[in-house]
Design a binder for this molecule. Structure first.
Ligand code: FES
Length: 165
């Protein structure tokens, strides 16, 4: 019978060490993937509510453009950016906030006080104070921000596409 060589325990230790190291490397590579698959990307999270104005400073049925800062999540990146909305205070002291983006090809709409409508300079679409299409090629009403009030502070959330006009 052959006696074990003095190399045998060292070889076993080296093999166990290599296997342990491979296990650690596999875990280090697999954890981020598992986190993504189980937790989803940041882009799928709902938008945060951002303060964008004061209800007491709005005139009833007179749209006012507000500029606010929001955080946009683009994949794994988080970007702070300025955004704007057209706010209209309704007779029942609620607020409707429209996206300034024309639903035709994306030009910025502005309020035309004399015509009492939102006007798009690109292809002359116009929208009423309720956001509905009055004229032009726009296929649907202006999109709206989700709105909620915290006292008199107006908080804006995600933009919700309007239904087809
Ligand atoms: S982009 Fe507004 S009408 Fe075309």
């Amino acid at each position: 019978m052959k006696s074990p060589s003095p190399e045998e325990p060292r070889r076993g230790f080296l093999i166990a060490s290599i296997n342990g190291l491979m296990g650690l490397i596999t875990a280090a590579l697999a954890l981020p993937s598992a986190g993504y698959l189980l937790g989803g990307s940041k882009a799928k999270r709902p938008a945060d509510w951002v303060p964008a104005g004061d209800l007491t400073k709005l005139e009833e049925n007179v749209p006012e453009q507000v500029i606010f800062e929001r955080v946009r999540r683009d994949g794994w990146k988080t970007v702070k950016e300025k955004a704007s909305a057209w706010m209209v205070k309704t007779a029942d002291k609620q607020v409707v906030a429209f996206s300034p983006v024309c639903t035709h090809l994306g030009c910025a709409v502005s309020w035309d006080g004399s015509a009492k409508s939102f006007a798009c300079p690109c292809h002359t679409s116009s929208f009423g104070t309720d956001g509905k299409v009055l004229s032009g090629p726009a296929p649907r009403a202006l999109d709206r921000f989700a709105v909620k009030l915290d006292g008199s502070t107006i908080l804006l959330g995600e933009i919700r596409p309007a239904d087809k006009a």
